[in-house]
Design a protein around this ligand. Structure first.
Ligand code: ADP
Ligand code: MG
Length: 187
């Protein structure tokens, strides 16, 4: 099964992706995690990405797509995957479409996790304490939410045209949200 997770920063994409992959034995592909790993490894790509991420902006489409291409070509991704954090804008959605066309595969589900902005801000503040992410400070979060509203929210419409979007109510406990996702994936 090939799943894309959409939703604002802090909506719970990473949290829910981990639960889905545990049950289905497919990899969790998070472009944010791949970038944070590149930063930790101090690669050239990581150094370039860090500056952009620390400002709450999006890393260039080419860099992220290159990373994703490599990751999707690995053996474990052939049975399916949960993609988290990509596509982040319409250009990336089109790039992903071309990439999947080349591989002769299609997405099965685009899950849009919906959470009130106030709740998202509160969750991210909590995550900032727990995880020490340099892009989780209040100013940067505000900018990331703005980038989400302008650039990422339209991606849902891109997938609505393919009729693969399911909206998931993202408030409540992690288990409750997971149950809602399971109900959609079973269908
Ligand atoms: N249903 C939930 N209720 C409360 N907190 C949640 C819930 N889902 C996720 N969180 C917390 O919110 C923060 C953001 O979640 P995360 O999965 O990192 O979101 P995203 O990957 O969409 O940015 C994390 O600290 C996570 O533990
Ligand atoms: Mg995440």
């Amino acid at each position: 099964m090939r799943i894309v997770l959409l939703g604002a920063p802090g909506s719970g994409k990473g949290t829910q992706a981990k639960l889905i992959v545990k049950e289905r034995g497919i990899p969790h592909i998070s472009t944010g995690d791949l970038l944070r790993q590149a930063i930790a490894d101090e690669t050239e790509l990581g150094k370039a990405a860090k500056k952009v991420m620390d400002a709450g902006e999006l890393v260039s489409d080419e860099i992220v797509l290159g990373m994703l291409k490599d990751r999707l070509s690995k053996d474990d991704a052939q049975k399916g995957f949960v993609l988290d954090g990509f596509p982040r804008n319409l250009t990336q959605a089109e790039m992903l479409e071309d990439l999947l066309d080349d591989l002769n595969i299609e997405l099965d589900h685009a899950l849009l996790i919906q959470v009130d902005p106030d709740e998202v801000v509160a969750r991210i503040a909590k995550r900032a304490e727990e995880e020490d992410r340099s892009d989780d400070t209040e100013d940067v979060v505000r900018n990331r939410l703005e980038v989400y509203r302008k650039q990422t929210a339209p991606v849902a419409d891109f997938y609505r045209k393919q009729d693969i979007v399911s909206e998931i109510h993202g408030s409540g406990s992690i288990e409750q949200v997971h149950d809602r996702i399971q109900a959609v994936l079973r269908f």
